[in-house]
Design a protein around this ligand. Structure first.
Ligand code: ATP
Length: 796
């Protein structure tokens, strides 16, 4: 029997829901059958300690009727893994031998050249987004200001109100339409998806050019539409797409192959560039090249080496430099280089702090953690509601429009009902509106709303003491907090950093006012500084990043003195938040059912062994296999990797059920498909593997391989034979059947594996482990106790 504490999930499957497409996930547990065996208590072994795997056509296969969307205990089988292990097959070794050291040097040079391109293009995209938003927003807010100023005298305030709604709704309508109807994967910031990619999960369509176009247009319209969003998060995704595109020298979407950089057409090379692209995105967004490198490191790249780090840093530097040059010129100060990132925190005058303040920073970290946990909890519930009820495209667009209209209504109501007047000139606001204030005064609330959220964050950081009233800031905080929860997860491209920073800056400013009140004489009291710490606490409490976020914020403020307070705050915010729930990105990743492997193996898993985790019997191939057999296996099974074994001896049969064969290598479904597609059969093309053409076939087909159904094989060809030896990976990683789960996990995580073959003492294949076999173990609280649970893998 399994040594696991098995948890009965069966109650979850009872609920039936309406039949609408997308609402439910209908599941047929084809290859997660081990789990279902256990659930029903029919856990039996075909041989000694090994698990039984039920195949799709088995009569005792358990059909799980309908599973409700938004279930956190599921892994989706639609997410395949990336293969970060280099397939050192004969073809590759031949290529390296014939081309020599100069080829390796040239490849290395190209890597640097590509990094330059990635940095420059990511920065150009960031500049295009920024300048478009600046220009259109200035038309929007100046028009609104003129209308408000005129109508306040003529009593026609309804006109600017509806005008504001129109200015919000129209861009958001365009953006959400693009996302809902053209490319849904462009929704949100894209950070969870990039995180998955770096972790080794292939999220469909994530690095396509169409996704990039929709993302760029989407985020521009969302910010212009006044939603509680920022443009920084999507820059990370954009950088990743740019990197994936440039490094491959082709675009499959536009069917254009530039015939360059062909050697980089494999998962692990592409992954390295994507980490560089994500880092360049962070660098462009926050002017934080070091933060960018650390982001890629923290968020996934477990496979890291010194030269890659250096290259990524170079790309990030290029990105921030390019952005700086262009934006400085745009703002009329060419050569000054004062715009290192899209988000500019501005210079803090007073960054000194006293020991007395450290407990205050700790307290603020706790508040940030609590508020972050609350944000994530409500957003989780809302996201589940959306998955179950707002899944139709038109409904998603409608919801985005409603949120846009509500944002304008909230802003307008605050300006109308909160009488917070300040003398003109104290605050460098671009569109001051007078509303009901006296001559020479302007509405402080109007100033916050009549600008982009980035500008509002800057105002809260730098407005002189006394610029805001306690009540107005508190009301603003409550409303903006709710709006940002509602907005995250809408069908629009949007970043979370800015709304989190803005809400945090608002309550941080309130803390600052309190400190001003109690320590009015102290020189170190500055409400702007507390706004910064509050912003960091809020953001840290929501996203739970520590290392990279601290460095990003230090770089964005351009000041090292506040490094310690920022670090303390972020750490405490993470600890407090983690006590209640997961970070927002991880929560959304779980909702998507992505088999993400965390940094460490799940606790309490040392007593789980390979034999319990693996699948068996394993579907294998022989070195020389007939075409018909390959076609039949690929059609009937959905697996992507197959061990290659010697034909077993009669003595290898035990109980007549399991065929053990000596392990010889591993072959992927994609490799088999390319072999069949180009008809590289022993009978028809004798020396195909010596001409170097086969590698070209594989590289040309990467990354979108045809399906087995798209490969046409005649009846005669079914009897031909294929030699798998030159193609297969002859020395993939393996583990012994008595290896513990943490050991297997570390191997998988550290090397970015896709398949791990389990062998016995005689090097015979007894099982296979994939990412999903490991990702489905999760530590969960059950009746007040932490225990290891097994998730279910769904067909889709
Ligand atoms: P991926 O989807 O990660 O690219 P894959 O499609 O080969 O890899 P999974 O979808 O992760 O495999 O596999 C689902 C289940 O099938 C897992 O429990 C795994 O152990 C099992 N499995 C994978 N390959 C084989 C195989 N060749 N023979 C038998 N079982 C397998």
């Amino acid at each position: 029997m399994s040594k696991l504490n098995l948890v009965n999930h069966s109650e979850e499957y009872d609920t039936e829901y309406d039949d609408d497409e997308g609402a439910d996930i209908e599941s047929q547990a084809s290859y997660s059958t081990k789990i279902f065996n256990r659930l029903t208590g029919s856990y039996e072994s075909v041989m000694g300690p090994f698990n039984k795997v039920l195949r799709q056509n088995d009569p005792d296969r358990i059909n799980v009727k309908k599973v409700q969307a938004g279930n956190m205990h599921l892994l989706s089988a639609k997410y395949e893994s990336l293969d970060y292990d280099v397939c050192e097959n004969t073809l590759l070794i031949d290529e390296e031998r014939t081309k020599g050291f100069r080829f390796i040097q040239r490849k290395d040079l190209y890597r640097w050249v590509i990094m330059i391109f990635i940095g420059v293009i990511t920065a150009l995209i960031a500049c295009a987004i920024d300048i478009t938003i600046e220009e259109i927003s200035s038309i929007k807010y100046s028009t609104l200001k003129t209308e408000v100023d005129e109508c306040i005298l003529q009593g026609c305030l309804i006109v600017p109100f509806f005008l504001w709604i129109a200015w919000n709704v129209v861009p958001v309508l365009i953006g959400s339409f693009l996302v809902a109807y053209i490319e849904p994967v462009a929704a949100g910031s894209g950070i969870p998806q990039v995180k998955c990619y770096l972790n080794g999960v292939k999220v469909p369509r994530i690095v396509r050019i169409k996704t990039l176009i929709v993302k760029v247009l989407g985020v521009t319209t969302s910010v212009i539409g006044g939603l509680a969003v920022g443009k920084e998060g999507p820059m990370i995704h954009s950088g990743a797409v740019v990197a994936a595109g440039i490094s491959q020298g082709k675009t499959t979407s536009l069917r254009k192959d530039f015939n360059t950089f062909k050697y980089f057409r494999e998962d692990h090379e592409k992954r390295d560039f994507v980490s560089g692209g994500a880092a360049a995105g962070v660098a462009a967004a926050f002017g934080a090249p070091v933060g960018g490198v650390l982001f890629s490191l923290e968020e996934g790249a477990s496979f890291w080496n010194q030269s890659l780090t250096w290259r990524i840093f170079f790309g990030s530097m290029i990105s921030t430099f390019t952005l700086n040059v262009i934006l400085s010129a745009y703002h009329g100060r060419p050569g000054e280089l004062t715009y290192a990132g899209l988000l500019n925190f501005g210079k803090f005058d007073n960054t000194s702090y006293d020991f007395i303040e450290i407990p205050v920073f700790l307290l603020m970290g706790m508040i940030g953690g609590l508020l972050g946990a609350l944000f994530n909890h409500i957003n989780l519930k809302l996201t589940i509601f959306r998955m179950r009820h707002i899944y139709r495209k038109w409904a998603k667009v409608l919801e985005a429009i409603i949120v846009a209209a509500c944002t304008a209504t909230v802003g307008f109501s605050m300006i109308l009902f909160i009488n917070d007047c300040k003398p003109l000139g104290e605050d460098p606001t671009r569109y001051p509106i007078q509303m009901y204030c006296g001559d020479g005064q302007y509405s402080a609330i109007g100033a916050i709303w009549f600008q982009t959220p980035e500008a509002s964050v800057r105002s809260l950081f730098h407005d002189p003491p006394g610029s805001h009233r306690l009540t107005s800031i508190l009301i603003f905080f409550c409303l903006y907090f709710c709006l940002s929860i509602w907005t995250y997860g809408l069908s629009v491209s949007s970043g979370l950093f800015i709304p989190a920073l803005l809400t945090g800056a608002a309550w941080g400013r309130v803390v600052g006012m309190g400190m001003e009140h109690f320590f009015s004489e102290a020189s170190w009291v500055d409400p702007g500084k507390y706004a910064l710490i509050g912003a960091a606490a809020q953001l840290g409490g929501i996203v739970r990043m520590t290392l990279s976020l601290t460095v990003i914020l230090i770089e964005a403020t351009g000041n090292l003195t506040l490094g310690l307070p920022l670090m303390i705050t972020l750490m405490v915010a993470k600890w407090v938040g983690d006590y209640f729930n997961e970070g927002i990105y991880d929560t959304h990743i779980q909702l998507m059912g992505v088999p993400l492997l965390p940094w460490e193996p799940p606790p309490l898993s040392h007593n789980i062994y390979a034999t319990e985790v693996m699948s068996c019997p394993v579907v294998t191939f022989h070195m020389k296999e007939t075409v018909g057999t390959i076609i039949d296996v690929l059609t009937s099974e959905s697996y992507n990797g197959f061990p290659v074994v010697d034909p077993p001896n009669p003595s290898d049969y035990e109980d007549g059920q399991v065929n053990f064969g000596t392990f010889r290598g591993l072959i992927l479904r994609s490799q088999l498909i390319v072999l069949l597609q180009h008809k590289l059969f022993i009978e028809t093309s004798e020396s195909w593997d010596h001409k170097g053409v086969a590698l070209k076939y594989f590289r040309d087909a990467y990354p979108r391989y045809p399906t087995i159904q798209q490969v046409h094989i005649s009846d005669e060809e079914r009897h031909f034979t294929v030699d798998l030896q030159p193609i297969m990976n002859p020395a993939p990683y393996t583990a012994l059947n008595n290896a513990s789960m943490p050991r297997i996990f570390r191997l998988f995580r550290g090397l970015g594996l896709r398949h791990l073959v389990i062998v016995n003492d005689n090097n015979k294949v007894v099982g296979i482990v994939t990412r999903k076999d490991l990702a489905r173990y999760r530590l969960e609280k059950h009746m007040g106790k932490m225990r290891l649970e097994e998730l279910t893998i769904l067909d889709r």
